[in-house]
Each structure stands twice: as C-alpha cells, then as structure tokens.
Design a binder for this molecule. Structure first.
Ligand SMILES: *[C@@H]1O[C@H](CO)[C@@H](O)[C@H](O)[C@H]1NC(C)=O
Ligand SMILES: *[C@@H]1O[C@H](CO)[C@@H](O)[C@H](O)[C@H]1NC(C)=O
Ligand SMILES: *[C@@H]1O[C@H](CO)[C@@H](O)[C@H](O)[C@H]1NC(C)=O
Ligand SMILES: *[C@@H]1O[C@H](CO)[C@@H](O)[C@H](O)[C@H]1NC(C)=O
Length: 490
C-alpha cells in the first residue's frame, strides 16, 4: 500500500499536466477509503442566545448541507441558555436532514467534570439529528485534555465515539477514538503569528497529531482567516492576526492531497476571530465583533469550498470535476497595512487587563504577515483572461480551467473584475465589488478582517441584524455609518 501511494504521488504532476479524460483522472487519484470521509463545521452556541425557535437555525442548516457539510460541531459552554439552544439546533437539523454533535468547550467545562459531560451527551444521544460514526454517538471538544473517558462514557450510557481536541504531549491519546487539531493557522507555537525563527505550519500540527494518534483518525482543521481586535471596551481584550491571505485555498489543496478521514471547518460563526464562513445575517448577538464584521460578508468562501468538499469526499484531487457553476471569488482587507489608525483605534484607549498576554496596542500583532493584495480564486470550466482593476492598478492574467488562486497588488479605490474569452466579456463574471479599499480607517479602527465578494454577485446584501450590532458603538472614537453596502441598482 505504502509504495503504491508513493508511486501515485510521483505520477501526480504528470497527471495534472496532461489532458486526460476526467473519469480517468478521478480513478488515478482516488483513495479507496474515501467513502467514510466527513466534513464538520464548528458552530458557536455562545452567541446565539437570541434565537427563538428551531426555524431560526434553518438557514444555517440548509446552507451548510447544500455546500456538502455533513454536521455542525455545536460548541457549548455552560451558559443558562445552552440547553434551550441545543434543543432548537438539534430540532432544526432533524427538520433539514442535517447532523449535529456537541463540542464541549473546556474554557468553560472542567476536565474533572466527566460525569456532567456524559450526562449532557446522553440528553441528545438518541436524537435523530445526532451524528453517529461507526454506529456510535459522536462527541468532540475544544481543549479538554485529561477527561476521564470511561467515567464520561458510563454517564453517557453508551460507547461514545470520542474525538476531542486533546493536545499531543498532554492528553492521553490511548483513550480517544480520533482527535481534532484546532490550529488551522501557522503560528509561533505560542498562539501568535509565526516568526522567521519559529514557524509551525498547519501541516506540522497535523503531523504531530497523526503521530500521537498512531493510526487513529485525525479531524484536520481548515480555516479561512484569523483576525481579532478587542480593545478596552470589553474585558477580553485581544488583538492579533495569524497569516491568512490565501490560506483558505492553499489549505483545501493540502486537504485533497493528504485526505484525512475527517475535516473541520473553523468556523461557521466565530465573528470575533473573523473565521466565519456563515452569513452576517445568521441570527446572533454582538460580543463586540461588529466593529470589524459589519459590511464584511464571507459567503463567497463557502462557495469556494463547495467543489473542494465534493472532491475531498469523492477521494479526488480535482475540484474541477465538481464545479457546478463558473465563479470568481475574491477577497481583500479594507485598508492597506500602512493606514495609521492610532489616533482613533479602540486598542489605543484605556488600560486593559493583559493577563492573557493577548492584548497589543494599535496594529494587530502579526499584521506584517499579511500582504496588501487582492486575492482571487477563479472557478472556471474553460480558460479565460481575467482583468482586475484595484484602485488605479490594473493587472491581467490568464486563468486555466479549474479552481486556481491568484493575487494582484491592492490599490485604494474601487475593485473591479472582468473575465473575457476570445476578447468577449463573460457578462456574469464582470462587475465591481460593493466595498472599496480606503486609506482611511473604517469606523476609526485597524480592521484586518477580509471582505469577500463573488461574481456572479450574491442575490442579497448580507447584513448584520440589530442584535448583531448592539455593541457597535461601544469604545468607538468616531461616527460609524451602519450597514453601508448597497448594490449598484438599489
Ligand atoms: C421564529 O422566531 C423568529 C424571531 O427570531 C420569527 O421571526 C419567526 O417568525 C419565528 N418562526 C416561527 C416558525 O415561529
Ligand atoms: C512559514 O512557513 C510557510 C510555509 O513554509 C511560509 O509560506 C511562510 O512564509 C513562513 N512564515 C514566516 C513568517 O516565515
Ligand atoms: C501583553 O502581553 C504580551 C505578552 O506578555 C506582551 O507581549 C504585550 O506587549 C502586552 N501588551 C501590552 C499592551 O503591554
Ligand atoms: C507578536 O508579539 C510577540 C510578543 O508577545 C513578539 O515577540 C512577536 O514578535 C510579535 N509577532 C509579530 C509577528 O510581530
């Protein structure tokens, strides 16, 4: 088996380059065990206390299912509304033929609470929407090294399939059935951006997990971005980024190459750390994230993932074989790095508690690992010429058929895209983004989140709802207009 695998790897560049029929390529790259692959997406229950009924979850369930996501990992703390919301989420999942499972967040749960964890698992274990893996109730976590697994299973009343986010060298991997590697971003190993000296990539993390798992399945993370910018207006001040840029595209390529049994998208709705791929309009409360999330939709990232998810589940390395519709997905930060927001930025005010070590003043820590570029993923059935005008900079490139990444230098001003074939414009793939790049600070802050757009453009303007905007003005030093995106024909 092993030598066959090596042989295939050796052949791949040739296979990619030659125009073989799609069916043949699929067979060459396929992994016989791909049939049991599953894609999860991390969903924060801590910010959805305002949901009133199961229907409030329907849009999330439908969108995720439509993209090929198999189950939401419902991240729970110990809030008073957790049980009510879990019941609504399970109900909506059942109504929409989706699956869900609980992911215990050990920032709030204690590793010593194995019985309480098991009791909570038992409450939903027989629900029709509960994800079962190999016939067992599937349960995961954020952190949680050291839970007494036998005690948990006894309280759960079944042989739970336990796939926690234990850490190599900390938790006992002999006790688990699988494990989640949470670190979807390269880092310095101390939860900050990598430096030239210390650079731990996502793949390095996967390798450490695979070693600890010794043949058991890995849940490999895939995340699009990381930027958080809480100032002194909240008690959890933190301000850093991980290198993001083309991470979403590059990591999906890596997933297709390595083919782990499970993948977890990090996340659906963690707006605070900017790694959401769900809509802004998905009902949620504001933990202060609206300052960098308003008018920054990410739905195009879910569109980009779709052919990768389909390829992954088919055991293929060729998303082109799973393209339903031609698309351009593009993204960029709203200001160049050099924009100086010190005079009005929220992190420049007051004197916050920095016991976490996560608070920095001004530009986010790690911001120099992001580049001033517009990133474009072309999803094309036939080759085409793509012209990008970013401010006053114009770049033209040839895009092959398939799903490929590109980047062009960022310019201040409007962002326009034009796809042509034989000098004829492809009308559906021409248009101007709803958001300009500016050299002034949006709402007065350093905003290192990404704006994501698509062509054809989405058929709705994705906006934060009132509950998702409730903390917008807290700490802001300047006036800030609300929900400013509008389509040209509005
Ligand atoms: C569910 O609650 C929302 C408000 O959150 C409301 O708009 C909607 O009509 C309710 N749906 C049903 C089916 O009760
Ligand atoms: C870290 O390593 C990755 C992969 O080799 C590389 O692309 C990136 O530039 C490195 N980052 C730093 C800060 O050196
Ligand atoms: C917060 O703590 C970290 C880690 O000790 C430190 O690097 C950083 O400079 C501190 N932030 C401020 C504003 O002092
Ligand atoms: C982030 O801050 C740390 C101090 O905690 C510093 O050592 C490091 O160089 C900074 N990282 C980057 C990429 O600037």
């Amino acid at each position: 088996m092993f030598s066959l695998f090596l042989a295939l790897v050796g052949l791949l560049p040739i296979i990619v380059a030659s125009p073989l029929p799609a069916e043949y390529r699929r067979t060459m790259a396929s992994d016989e065990n791909h049939g049991n692959r599953l894609v999860f997406c991390h969903f924060m229950m801590g910010i959805v206390s305002n949901r009133q009924n199961a229907s409030d979850y329907d849009d999330d369930m439908k969108r995720a299912k439509d993209a090929g996501i198999d189950a939401f990992a419902l991240n729970i703390g110990t809030d008073p509304y957790t049980d009510t919301q879990l019941a609504l989420a399970y109900q909506s999942a059942a109504d929409n033929d989706m699956k869900v499972f609980i992911s215990f967040d050990f920032n709030w749960w204690q590793a010593s609470e194995a019985t309480s964890v098991g009791v909570k698992v038992a409450e939903f274990a027989h629900h029709p929407a509960q994800l079962m893996v190999d016939g067992r109730v599937f349960v995961s976590s954020f952190s949680g090294d050291g839970v007494d697994v036998n005690e948990m299973k006894a309280a759960a009343g079944s042989d739970v399939y336990f796939a926690p986010n234990y850490h190599p060298g900390q938790g006992d991997f002999g006790d688990v059935d699988a494990a989640l590697n949470w670190m979807g971003w390269s880092s310095d190993g101390r939860n900050k951006a990598p430096t030239a000296e210390t650079n731990i990539t996502v793949a390095d993390g996967d390798n450490a997990y695979n070693e600890a798992l010794d043949g058991k399945p890995l849940i490999a993370p895939v995340s699009p971005w990381f930027s958080t910018h809480y100032g002194t207006e909240v008690s959890y001040s933190k301000n850093w980024v991980f290198p993001s840029d083309l991470l979403w595209y590059n990591r999906w390529r890596e997933i297709l190459e390595t083919g782990p049994r499970f993948v977890e998208i990090v996340t659906w709705n963690d707006y605070g750390e900017s790694h959401y791929i769900g809509p802004l309009s998905s009902p949620h409360t504001d933990d202060g994230a609206s300052k960098w999330v308003m008018d920054m939709p990410h739905n195009g990232w879910l569109d980009m993932a779709k052919p990768f998810i389909a390829a992954y589940k088919a055991g293929s390395e060729f998303p082109i074989d799973f393209l339903e519709e031609e698309k351009l997905v593009y993204w960029y930060r709203p200001t160049p790095k050099e924009a100086d927001c010190d005079a009005t930025d929220t992190t420049m005010q007051g004197d916050p508690d920095n016991s976490s070590g996560n608070f920095f003043r001004g530009r986010p820590n790690g911001s120099d690992t992001m580049t001033d570029e517009v990133f474009i993923v072309t999803m094309l059935k036939e080759p085409a010429t793509v012209e990008v005008q970013s401010g006053d900079k114009i770049e033209t490139f040839e895009a092959d058929a398939g799903v490929w990444s590109h980047s062009v230098p960022m310019g201040v001003g409007a962002q326009s895209f034009k796809v042509t074939r034989d000098d004829e414009p492809v009308e559906s793939l021409c248009g101007t983004s709803l958001r300009d790049i500016t050299d002034t600070c949006p709402c007065g802050i350093y905003n290192f989140n990404a704006y994501v757009g698509t062509l054809p453009a989405e058929d709705f303007i994705d906006e934060l709802q009132p509950a998702g905007l409730s903390m917008l003005t807290e700490g802001l030093q300047v006036e800030c207009a609300i929900n400013t995106l509008s389509s040209a024909c509005a």
